[in-house]
Ligand binder design. Structure first.
Ligand code: GAL
Length: 432
């Protein structure tokens, strides 16, 4: 496992030294400026001399995610001082709350000027609903098609037409462990778990020691766990086949993987539904649980002795989600939205954002030397691993199917549904 580097509070001398040591000189000034302007970024729309503005809808509303969002805002303000920024963020990991608010706003004919969306199936659903406009001319102006990896370009396009500007790519199949808790349970803190079986044996041992094996939060984090268990057991081809219809979701191996998921859920904290991802990761940080499964956006919240590794059995796979911004049809400030999208598409903006967020830039033309330690290693993984789309994070299956799977998983966790209901929900998810 890789030992996680301590994250000193932004702005402190140690934090600055860490940024210098990590060779992040180009982005350090952006981050320092972020800290200085963080308060201003959250302020209501400033008056502009032009009256131009943009209302930006995201779920990056607090903690490290908000700091990363502030990187975007600070760069936007510098590039477009004549356009007022209106923060319409709605808190809640993975956008579970935000997506409901967004749907209501579309239903009311009151869409924001631009909104955060996952590429793949989630964006495709918005296109099919007629909610978003094509961004072909913006892509042409910026030359974006030439600098996006094909898998990223594909995720933001429908029938070859781009509908969203991608800003980053996250890896979701990571396992975080508190090595002190592992030692307390009599496990080798330096052990790697190359298979689901060896990891499940470790969970048993933590439980036998009277400790919580796996921290988990509300239902989207449970679907996230299901996703990596499926990936580990089925491998990337069959996992991806669940979403394009080439794999049988009712096969014995899928059923067995869902049984494994159900067994692992028994090793999690009972108060899961009251926790968001920051609370679940906090349990591991505080030594109250041994493991947590979470994407690489969590790296900013962990301290030693927490370490990370690819989820067991998925070392050669990059289970990704693409964060992007789309522009609604009928929004009040389309030119403000275009200004926002052109900032988000910029190389320097994406590099600064990736370094703050623990992601890689969506663009593939970033210099390795401009990236911090983690994004640099994540970029290597992205370029060499087998890439598959995340289920819990919108890429793999349409929102309706994700909702059905989420409901089945939630009922299973509460003991009111069987694994067969989860399998049935998975069987309805193929869409490509
Ligand atoms: C994901 C998103 C990430 C991060 C995470 C937790 O869906 O792609 O950028 O925000 O949720 O909120």
């Amino acid at each position: 496992m890789k030992r996680h580097r301590r994250q000193d509070p932004p702005g402190t001398l140690r934090w600055r030294a860490r940024i210098r040591r990590a060779g992040m000189g180009r982005t350090a000034s952006a981050l320092l400026a972020v800290v200085a302007t963080a308060a201003a970024c959250s302020a209501p729309a400033p008056a502009t001399t032009t009256g131009r503005q943009v209302e930006v809808f995201t779920w990056w509303a607090s903690g490290a995610e908000k700091l990363a969002m502030d990187v975007l805002v600070q760069r936007f303000r510098a590039e477009h001082p004549d356009v007022g920024y209106v923060d319409a963020a709605v808190a809640g990991g993975a956008g579970t709350v935000a997506k409901g608010v967004l749907a209501a706003r579309f239903a009311d004919g009151d869409p924001p000027d631009t909104f955060q969306v996952h590429g793949g199936a989630e964006l495709t659903a918005q296109v099919s609903a007629g909610h978003v406009r094509p961004l072909s001319s913006l892509f042409d102006q910026v030359g974006l098609e030439d600098v996006l990896p094909p898998v990223v370009l594909d995720s933001v396009s429908v029938h070859g037409v781009p509908y969203a500007v991608p800003v980053d790519v996250h890896r979701t199949n990571l396992l975080w462990a508190n090595t002190d808790v592992l030692a307390q349970a009599g496990l080798d803190p330096t052990a790697r778990y190359d298979s689901l079986d060896s990891w499940m044996a470790a969970l048993d041992q933590v439980r036998a020691a009277g400790l919580t094996p796996l921290a988990i939060g509300s239902t989207w984090t449970q679907v996230h766990l299901l996703e990596v268990v499926l990936l580990s057991r089925l491998g990337p081809t069959t996992y991806a086949g669940l979403w394009d219809g080439t794999a049988d979701a009712t096969s014995p191996e899928v059923k067995a993987a869902v049984e494994d998921f159900a067994r692992i859920m028994q090793d999690t904290n009972a108060d899961r539904d009251s926790l968001d991802w920051q609370d679940a990761t906090g349990r591991v940080n505080e030594g109250r649980a041994a493991f947590v499964v979470m994407g690489d956006w969590a790296q900013e919240v962990f301290d030693p002795p927490v370490v990370w590794a690819p989820f067991p059995g998925t070392a050669d796979v990059d289970d990704i989600t693409v964060d992007a911004f789309a522009a609604p049809v009928g929004a009040v400030h389309p030119t403000g939205a275009d200004a926002w999208l052109s900032t988000v598409a910029g190389l320097d903006t994406q590099v600064a954002f990736a370094n703050a967020k623990g992601a890689i830039p969506a663009r593939n033309d970033a210099l390795q030397t401009s990236l911090g330690d983690y994004p640099r290693s994540a970029l290597r993984t992205f370029r060499t691993a087998t890439v598959v789309p995340s289920l819990a994070h919108g890429m793999a299956a349409p929102p309706q199917a994700v909702d059905d799977i989420t409901r089945a998983v939630s009922s299973l966790a509460r003991g009111t549904a069987s694994t067969a209901q989860v399998v049935a929900a998975l069987a309805g998810a193929a869409w490509r």
